[in-house]
Design a binder for this molecule. Structure first.
Ligand SMILES: [Zn+2]
Length: 550
């Protein structure tokens, strides 16, 4: 044997000993029970940093984004997690911890008129119109108008408002919410609790599938759950959208809202009675009604492009590394807004610096457990960008470019933690949706707590955070959103306001018990062969079954 080879072996032996000693030291450090329980000082520190003015309110595409994503990637790296992107993003040494999210900013020109017959409507005052197409100008040229009732196609409720009509190229007028809410009858859809069929996002998606050119959702305050001023402010200014390889042409070209008074005028001019047709739309055998007039509109847009980032890190499973249990929380908030009185920083301490700090803390605890006894499946931690502007980061991730959705076992998503004292319950959003509810029930019972159903199911919160992007692709998920319930004052005075700041007086008792709960659920799933299923017949269930059979 040549000398050099012997020497090589010797060095390997020495290195091996050093490595063994080091791992023993690590093992002892990780075995310290403190590492497997929640460290509240570390959570507080992370919330304080992420919600500090230095991070500028964590606005996507700002300096605040750069600071936030680098901070998160560094923390995951320090904890020993690997970046989950096989391809490095940009020139950063932390590039494997990022996923690029291509975003367009679209600003619709508000000097537009919606002309229907002899009627002419003003943008913002009577209607709103915007697009997610990457297109500087979209026009409606004598587009036929059709009233499609609730505009719902839901086989599981034996309901299809589009059954007998072709709406290709047409403009559809549609009611907001669903017939269950309108009747408050629990036998119809889910009664007061909103189904996804009630969300305006669904109305646009279904109309796009049917080939419509434009949708006008009729605004009524009760079923929409907010006044016209909210529709106006959130639809007439600059909006961000994810950009796909087809420039978003599969989406609905024109996404609009119509004020109630304008709707009644339009129907009247067609010799129809809106209120009467609205009643008829509550019947499953309702047939769409063609209006006499057609719609005309020119929507002009100013468009610019930029790249935002999700942060992704993983603990690799020993036995089934390609099967992932996911823990997520959006990192973004509203950034800094300039006003006449100066700049206001929207620090978003609870929403969602708390959830982001929660994912970091779970990564620390689960990594310590993994070092003692390796997990079978992998765990992926993801901090989504641009949640507040429309679940954009999660939509990009749900395309499955980095991990196919069929390899995702389930997702636990945090959006706002209970930073106050412990409570004897945990909120469950949605009911009878997936077998993840069984995992939640078991882990809650282990803490001697109880599962409490969302007391405001009419708000449809299950459809309004990032886990929903994954659910649409079939991945079963749980939403953890606590503070609105434990502290009503938060919703009234701080939610989405500049007052959502860190406070050293928080006990963080709720954070402690909820992190323990989520760690329990994740740990159970990582050492299981179970693939939790959707319970109810739904689009989620259909997508999952199709995905898993690929
Ligand atoms: Zn949030």
């Amino acid at each position: 044997m040549p000398r050099s080879s012997l020497r090589h072996q010797f060095f390997n032996y020495i290195n091996g000993c050093a490595f063994a000693a080091l791992s023993m030291f690590n093992l002892m450090a990780f075995a310290d029970p403190k590492n497997q329980t929640v460290d509240l000082s570390s959570v507080a520190q992370n919330i304080k940093i992420l919600a500090s003015d230095a991070f500028e309110g964590r606005g996507p595409l700002t300096q605040g984004e750069q600071l936030t994503i680098e901070y998160l990637a560094q923390q995951y790296k320090k904890l020993g997690l690997k970046g989950a992107n096989p391809n490095s993003v940009g020139s950063s040494p932390l590039g494997q911890y990022f996923q690029a999210v291509p975003i367009a900013q679209i600003i619709p020109d508000q000097n537009m008129k919606l002309v229907i017959g002899d009627l002419s409507f003003t943008s913002g005052k009577d209607f709103t119109a915007r697009t997610e197409h990457i297109n500087n100008q979209i026009t409606l040229n004598d587009s036929s108008l059709v009233f499609v009732g609730y505009g719902i196609n839901a086989p599981e409720y034996q309901w299809n408002d589009y059954a007998d009509i072709d709406v290709i190229g047409k403009t559809v007028i549609v009611l907001v919410n669903d017939p269950g809410f309108a009747t408050q009858n629990p036998e119809i859809f889910t009664g007061n609790a909103m189904t996804y069929y009630g969300r305006w996002t669904y109305k646009y998606e279904e109309a796009a599938r049917q080939g419509a050119k434009a949708v006008l959702v009729v605004h009524e305050t009760a079923p929409a759950a907010y006044p016209w001023s909210v529709v106006e402010s959130s639809n007439t200014g600059s909006k961000y959208t994810l950009v796909d390889s087809q420039q978003n042409t599969s989406k609905l070209p024109i996404m609009g809202w119509l004020k109630l008074a304008a709707t009644e005028q339009i129907f009247k001019q067609s010799g129809l009675n809106y209120q009467e047709l609205k009643q008829r739309a509550l019947q499953a055998d309702f047939k769409p009604v063609r209006l006499k007039q057609s719609a005309n509109l020119t929507l002009k847009n100013i468009i610019s492009h930029a790249i935002s980032h999700n942060v992704i890190a993983k603990i690799e499973g020993n036995t089934y590394p390609n099967e992932y249990v996911l823990a997520g929380a959006h990192w973004d908030h509203f950034g800094t807004k300039k006003t006449s009185k100066g700049s206001i920083v929207y620090n978003g301490a609870v929403d969602n610096a708390s959830g982001t700090a929660g994912t970091l803390e779970m990564a620390r605890i689960l990594m310590a457990k993994h070092k003692i006894k390796p997990f079978e499946r992998s765990i992926l931690f993801i901090n989504f960008t641009a949640e507040e502007t429309g679940l954009i980061g999660s939509e990009q991730f749900s395309k499955g470019d980095i991990i196919p959705t069929k390899n995702m076992v389930a997702l636990v998503n945090i959006d706002g933690m209970n930073v106050l004292d412990k409570v004897d319950y945990i909120l469950q959003y949605g009911d009878g949706l997936s077998e993840m509810e069984g995992y939640l029930a078991r882990a809650t019972l282990a803490q001697q707590r109880r599962v409490k159903l969302d007391p405001r199911p009419q708000n449809g919160l299950f459809f309004r955070s990032d886990h929903f992007s994954l659910a649409k692709q079939g991945v079963p998920s749980l939403l953890f959103m606590s503070l609105g319930d434990t502290d009503p004052e938060y919703i009234a005075n701080k939610y989405h306001k500049a007052e959502d700041d860190f406070s050293p007086t928080w006990s963080l008792g709720g954070v402690e018990q909820d992190i323990e709960l989520m760690v329990d659920i994740i740990q159970t799933l990582t050492n299981s062969r179970d693939w939790p299923k959707w319970k109810m017949d739904s689009d989620f269930k259909t997508s999952r079954e199709a995905d898993l059979s690929k």
